[in-house]
Design a protein around this ligand. Structure first.
Ligand code: SAM
Length: 271
């Protein structure tokens, strides 16, 4: 068997979500990398197992851990990575170890399982056919403004993580950039005793006093699917022609923009 780096998902609240295969992989791993050895130790104790060896993997230590992980894999051992909750690598450590092992002869695999983002978007009732995970927004400055603007312009559903003490500020900022009518679903304490889902619009949603862990799911910019009339297309053609395009180029441009057959649009330029 190829030596493997395993990304092992762990519960986001309800310990019953720890899967049998996660337990098997964690018990067999020669090294378990985790954010907090005490917290993961308790989880393993709950599962009736003990890790062979543990190492702390957080944003400060992950880089320095790469050599050690590669040495274990070179010796034929398996390494498991877990975070405090959910799927490692999703707003959690793991990505740098994966990249290092991808560049080595060893394998990377996962025991998939809980992730707050996936749970929130799938229970939101919003469009799940295309969605964007945008993690935590930057706390302030131009970067925050730019990311908020991205959410405002996004056509797909957006999923955001947020800490309780920033929840109200982020909802207010989202209302400013997206407008009061955009639908938002605020999920809280998923899989836990006080799990809660509040649906509303950014202008009216009331989440009370924030407590616990939050995922916000925001509707994409509603797409206007009213069929275009010939007059709409003529107006677009006029703008394109006035910008200096030839009839042929204006027709090609408007056809691409509207999805109408090029021949029909060109005919309108002749008309
Ligand atoms: N890796 C994790 C995952 O797969 O969901 C996410 C880790 S990130 C550091 C922590 C954030 O995830 C929290 O601030 C919150 O936004 C979200 N989160 C984690 N557990 C949650 C839960 N049970 N309910 C709601 N949100 C949760």
């Amino acid at each position: 068997m190829t030596a493997t780096l395993w990304l092992v998902a762990t519960p986001i609240g309800n310990l019953g979500d720890l899967q049998p295969r996660a337990i098997e992989v964690l018990a067999a791993a020669d090294l378990v990398c985790c954010e907090d050895t005490r917290r993961t130790g308790l989880l393993l104790h709950h599962a009736g197992i003990k890790a062979k060896r543990m190492a702390v993997c957080n944003e400060h230590t992950e880089h320095d851990l790469i050599d050690r992980v590669l040495r274990v894999l070179d010796d034929g051992g398996d390494v498991a990575v877990v975070s405090d909750a959910g799927t490692p690598g999703v707003s959690d450590p793991g990505e740098r170890l994966v990249r290092a092992v991808v560049d080595s002869p060893h394998a990377v695999s996962a025991v998939p399982g809980p992730s707050a983002a996936i749970m929130a978007v799938t229970i939101s009732g919003l469009d799940t056919s295309r969605f964007v995970f945008d993690g935590f927004l930057p706390r302030k400055g131009r970067e925050r403004g730019a990311r908020l603007a991205d959410v405002a312009a996004e056509r797909r559903t957006t999923v955001l993580y947020e800490a309780p003490h920033r929840a109200l500020k982020t909802l207010a900022d989202l209302a400013d950039v997206c407008g009061p009518d955009r639908v938002v679903v605020v999920t809280r304490e998923l899989t836990k005793l006080h799990e809660e889902v509040v649906r509303g619009t950014l202008g009216t949603i009331d989440i009370g006093e924030p407590r616990g862990e939050y995922v916000f799911v925001i509707e994409g910019v509603p797409v206007d699917d009213t069929p275009l009339t010939d007059d709409d297309i003529r107006a677009l053609l006029t703008t394109a022609l006035e910008s200096g395009l030839s009839k042929r180029d204006a027709a090609a441009h408007v056809a691409a923009e509207t999805g109408q057959p090029k021949r029909d649009v060109y005919q309108l330029t002749l008309d």
